[in-house]
Design a binder for this molecule. Structure first.
Ligand SMILES: Cc1cc2nc3c(=O)[nH]c(=O)nc-3n(C[C@H](O)[C@H](O)[C@H](O)COP(=O)(O)OP(=O)(O)OC[C@H]3O[C@@H](n4cnc5c(N)ncnc54)[C@H](O)[C@@H]3O)c2cc1C
Length: 216
């Protein structure tokens, strides 16, 4: 397994299918076919010494990229969740609904409790993202933390966007606002770069000290 770059327009590369998706529609997901496509040797990413490496080196390299990309998926999830929460609070404020922080929970309205719970979720996801990227920046092993940030981000953005659509009723469901778009965009954070279930397995293996073959 070895990543490489193929310049657009290179003879022999064809986009055969564009997926019609629920969310992240600004990003194309497509099937590519490479037939008689000549890729220059220099377009290989990473070490060009392919033949001398062990057969599994490419796979291990691909897995290692997840330590950098999973926190970024967590970060995009946090971004969508944050935008949702900010818009939701603005819409509520326009209706004269302000969140009364600092009151005992039983004195809050249901809306206030929901908003505060959403803020707690968002903050926890943000902290996990920050921790995992800080570890990567400082060259510390962050396999567990990268998966934690990804799992929490995917969970939180799915719950927050769903709740926002629910709280705003028909307006939340309408295309007049971005809430319905963010709701559709949210779920992918729980799917790609390893699903929530698979990342939970990775976290569990790391905490419990199991190998992949022992816990799957
Ligand atoms: C829009 C989109 C864009 C994508 N972009 C990319 C990309 O750019 N690059 C790339 O490499 N991939 C990409 N993917 C692929 C994506 O990473 C995979 O679809 C995802 O990791 C799930 O893997 P799978 O499709 O093999 O699902 P499956 O393994 O078939 O999983 C199906 C379901 O079963 C569950 N499941 C599977 N095994 C277990 C288990 N042991 N325990 C519990 N539950 C389990 C999964 O969590 C999931 O819910 C993209 C996918 C989508 C939808």
């Amino acid at each position: 397994m070895r990543p490489f770059v193929v310049e657009a327009g290179t003879p022999g590369i064809k986009v055969t299918k564009l997926e019609h998706k629920m969310g992240i529609r600004a990003s194309d997901t497509a099937s590519l076919v490479l037939q008689d496509c000549h890729v220059p040797f220099d377009n290989i990413l990473g070490s060009p010494e392919v033949a001398q490496e062990k057969a599994t080196a490419g796979f291990k390299g691909a897995m290692a990229t997840f330590d950098a990309t999973r926190p970024l998926i967590g970060a995009t999830a946090v971004g969508v969740a944050r935008a949702t929460l900010e818009l939701l609070k603005e819409l509520l404020a326009n209706q004269g609904i302000a969140i009364r922080y600092g009151l005992p929970r039983q004195k809050l309205t249901n809306i206030e409790r929901d908003i505060i719970d959403m803020e707690v979720m968002l903050r926890s996801a943000w902290l996990l993202v920050i921790k995992s990227v800080w570890m990567a920046d400082n060259r510390r092993s962050n396999v567990k933390e990268a998966s934690m940030a990804k799992v929490r981000g995917g969970d939180v953005v799915t719950k927050i966007t769903q709740k926002a659509v629910e709280m705003m009723g028909p307006l939340g469901y309408s295309r007049d606002l971005l809430l319905e778009k963010w709701f559709r965009d949210a779920k992918i954070s729980d799917i790609y770069e390893g699903t929530g279930q698979i990342n939970r397995l990775i976290v569990a293996r790391n905490i419990l000290g199991y190998r992949g073959s022992e816990l799957r």
